[in-house]
Design a protein. Structure first.
Length: 457
């Protein structure tokens, strides 16, 4: 594979000066470590930044951002590298690989965690569970906390404790002018609002301070239904999901059995008193699941249960929309495209958002999608690049066929490169306010390798 030379506008001696000033690492194209640093989980992403900085601390981030601004280099930011759009890796510019900033500190008495920008869900979950505590995060443990939290963060505890962004008490942010700001309800309130759902548009978050909650072993597992009940359960599920107790969070899926018939399953997490789960799950069980395995489960084990579905080196193309119901026509389309899925590694997921997360005022944080609903995620995944057109075509056709039934909006963390209209749908009614905050903290759009909010002129 050919190497790429840095932008001709970059004086090599100036790059050497930056490298010498860092406590962390700087990688140029062709150097050892460069290709590893630019890798993300989606094998479709193969971009080559002019420089990659792996900062050791917030001061390194300040130096790198200042260098990028002075040399007119756009900045991309990699936390865990688990975003399907691959926005962590710019085609040019300076990439910040925050994987060296994974420190996690727990204050169990105050129920507070402080975590570095490169920490993965697993890092934070393991550290907090040592004290019987947790903060709401996502559902795949190799995801970075940074991108997840900045985009909202829907996970197993959203019904009882809200989204990840709802539990951010404060954050340290390096803005485009190279300043390190602490944002909180009392400091830089506009920026504090914007980073909770507005993505990486406003700077580099070097650390998050999270509120923690008591979380011990949960009741978790799955209920899978026989193929002949699939349509019935699909029509029932959205209403059940919208009305279930806050302690019950679910993630449903639609696939096919060995004979090619569509089958529906529901993954569950009950975070309340265990003896109360039976009543909450009864309506699902009355539909006659073929498999019903819900057992006491260590929370860290639950958080990593989906990791196997995201092996390294696979190609990914996703499409996402929110739904509040599935009409008979919508169910017919779901069943049709499930049977036409070209890769057995692909999936059709329905991540539930409800309870506490749904009751937050849509304007209270930058995350606007506050209602009981499910995110329908069309997750095309395949190994052979020769199969790209077929798999992408399936996902796009499926998405378009479902749009007449969608509730509107899209979860920004599952949004690909889909154009400005979809970006606006991700931020909803909060877009204009975000654009105003962007103009204050990043007027030149230095941080534009993301689902970009353009600064108001």
């Amino acid at each position: 594979m050919a190497t790429q030379t840095p932008s001709p506008s970059l004086d090599p001696s100036v790059v050497d000066d930056l490298s010498s000033a860092l406590r962390g690492w700087l990688f140029r194209p062709g150097e050892f470590g460069y290709d590893d640093a630019r890798k993300v989980f989606n094998a479709m992403i193969d971009r080559r930044p002019d420089l990659i900085v792996r900062p050791a601390d917030a001061e390194d981030v300040r130096r790198a951002v200042t260098f990028a601004r002075e040399n007119n280099l756009p900045v991309s930011i990699k936390g865990g590298g688990h975003n399907v759009a691959g926005n962590a890796v710019g085609a040019h510019g300076l990439m910040l690989d925050c994987s060296g900033m994974k420190n996690v500190q727990i204050d169990a008495e105050r129920r507070v965690a402080v975590a570095g920008a490169g920490a993965l869900l697993a890092d934070l979950d393991v550290a907090t569970q040592a004290y019987g505590l947790a903060t709401p995060l996502g559902v795949v443990s190799v995801t970075g906390i940074g991108g997840l939290t900045l985009g909202g963060g829907i996970g197993w505890l959203n019904g009882k404790h809200g989204l990840a962004c709802d539990n951010v008490l404060a954050a340290d942010v390096v803005t485009s002018d190279g300043k390190l700001l602490t944002v909180s309800p009392d400091q830089h309130v506009d920026l504090y609002w914007a980073i909770r759902g507005g993505g990486g548009n406003f700077g580099v978050v070097t650390s998050f301070t999270y509120r923690l909650h008591p979380v011990g072993p949960v009741l978790a597992g799955a209920l899978s239904f026989p193929a002949e009940r699939t349509g019935e359960v699909l029509r029932f599920y959205p209403e059940f999901a919208a009305s279930c107790p806050d302690e019950l969070s679910m993630s449903a899926s639609l696939g096919c059995d060995a004979s090619g018939r569509p089958v529906f399953g529901v993954g569950v997490c009950w975070s309340g008193e265990h003896d109360e789960a039976e009543l909450a799950l009864r309506p699902l069980r009355e539909l006659g699941p073929a498999v019903d395995v819900v057992v006491p489960t260590d929370y860290v084990v639950l958080q990593s249960a989906h990791d196997v579905g995201f092996p390294v080196g696979q190609n990914h193309y996703w499409k996402s929309s929110f739904f509040t119901e599935f009409t008979a026509d919508a169910v017919d389309i779901l069943l049709q495209f499930a049977t036409e899925m070209p890769s057995a590694a692909s999936g059709i997921g329905m991540q539930q958002l409800h309870g506490v997360a749904a009751r937050v005022d849509p304007a209270a944080t930058a995350f606007p999608h506050r209602r009981s609903q499910s995110e329908l995620l069309i997750l095309a995944q395949w190994a052979d690049p020769a199969e790209t057109e077929r798999n992408v075509g399936w996902a796009r056709a499926f998405f378009e066929a479902m749009q007449p039934f969608a509730a509107g909006g899209v979860y920004v963390n599952d949004l690909g490169q889909e154009g400005e209209e979809r970006v606006r749908a991700a931020y909803g009614a909060n877009y204009d306010r975000l654009a105003a905050v962007k103009a204050t903290y990043d007027p030149t759009n230095l941080f534009r390798s993301n689902q970009n909010v353009r600064p108001i002129a």
